[in-house]
Design a binder for this molecule. Structure first.
Ligand SMILES: N[C@@H](CCC[C@H](N)C(=O)O)C(=O)O
Length: 260
């Protein structure tokens, strides 16, 4: 069987996209997904995303990390999937779709996608870090010089250590550039490496910075290794945030076919 795929990237976080409205793709085949995402033996990507039919919205997002396992929400992947749905003609400029963490609204215009993320219900503040869930779990540490951090080594040890253990977490290191701007680097669970950008991660870093009073605005500019993003939000009460919108470029790279 031949399967068409499309490669997309959102600020350097890259994905294999498959239109699975026919349900032909064998999504229980973890080693196949892992191999398709492999940068030497496959197409190469941080994750693989299926666009599937939904009963109540325009489409459903099914996300797999590069290790082949289905995982929690991917913000950059969601933005890329919206651009893909637009390219396929499934949606026009605005959409509502289902993902593992619930309903998402989004708009796409000239490859710029704004994606509404889930509301944040709780921000857990510790002496050395902040932990919160923006659709995926994120540990955030604020540092003086993020370029000097060994994200691979430090991120991996935090991801596997207490209190996260086998379920793990994504790990973000963030430097405050000014009252509106953060630089963020992320070690991603399931990719088990630093990625060039992580949508749910930069969203978590922006909210953590607002919560800790490190930024004083409800619109935050993010500098990730792979490009720039913005996050806006409303702070409803002490640690509850809604209307969280992640905006940035989501670009088609190339398309191809593989054979099963
Ligand atoms: N790259 C993503 C996050 C993907 C999920 C993560 N690796 C996990 O398993 O928690 C993003 O852009 O949010």
């Amino acid at each position: 069987m031949k399967i068409d795929f499309y490669k997309y990237q959102g600020t350097g976080n890259d994905f294999v996209m498959i239109d699975n409205r026919t349900n032909d793709f064998p999504k229980e085949n973890t080693s196949l997904i892992n191999q398709l995402c492999d940068r030497r033996f496959g197409i190469g990507a941080d994750g693989l995303i299926l666009l599937e039919n939904s009963d109540s919205t325009d489409f459903r997002m099914v996300y797999f990390n590069a290790d082949g396992n289905e995982s929690s929400m991917c913000g950059n992947g969601g933005r890329c999937l919206v651009a893909f749905a637009n390219k396929l003609g499934v949606i026009d400029e605005s959409t509502a779709f289902d993902a593992i963490d619930g309903l998402h609204h989004a708009t796409v215009n000239n490859e710029i996608v704004s994606l509404q993320m889930i509301d944040v219900e709780k921000v857990n503040n510790f002496e050395s870090h902040v932990f919160l869930d923006t659709g995926s779990p994120h540990h955030i540490e604020f540092v003086e010089n993020v370029d000097a951090i060994d994200v691979q080594t430090k991120g991996r040890s935090i991801r596997n250590g207490a209190p996260y253990f086998t379920e793990g977490t994504n790990v973000n290191f963030s430097e405050v550039i000014d009252k509106h701007t953060l630089k963020v680097r992320t070690y991603e669970r399931g990719v088990e490496d630093e990625t060039l950008s992580c949508g749910t991660g930069v969203t978590a870093a922006a909210i953590a910075a607002n919560y800790e009073g490190k930024i004083n605005s409800n619109s935050v500019n993010i500098k990730a290794l792979g490009g720039d993003l913005t996050i806006s939000f409303d702070r409803n009460s002490d640690d509850q945030y809604s209307n969280v919108i992640l905006t940035g470029a989501a670009n088609f790279v190339f398309k191809g076919v593989f054979e099963l």
